[in-house]
Design a protein around this ligand. Sequence first.
Ligand code: SF4
Length: 153
Amino acid sequence: MTAHSLSLEHLERIAACRAIVAAKGASSPYVADCVVRAYQGRHIADLCHDAGVSCDEATVITIAAGIGTLRLAWTGNHFESRTCVEVPSNAGTATTDTLPMPLSASPAVRQERTSICTQCNHLVSDRCSVAGCACAGLGQPANRFSRCPIGKW
Ligand code: SF4
């Protein structure tokens, strides 16, 4: 396993979070939150490419952000939400105000992805059976930065 951390220089290269870097600076915790949201449902190779980091099948990148910690590895991602952990068990149902929500895909993108999924053998009970844990953000047509785990969209 090769553990990598992203430097400020790497963060500045990530186009999806460039506006936040420009507004708050690369060291702002909002930038880490943005990177987590943007890459939660994407493969580690995408982040390596966008940040200018070389990586291979042994690379692991961990991003500790305000909303939680994202661990990206070649075989899948794991996100541990800080907000989820801190919600007390007697607090009732968490609302969208307390949980970090992924950015939505446009209606056209969502429709195109959903149409592909509905014709796919891996869709079981309206869920992708390949995507694994929902925390990884894969196989979710409505999530802007999600992707199909086998590359159909
Ligand atoms: S995300 Fe991909 S593998 Fe999963 S159901 Fe949709 S098309 Fe099939």
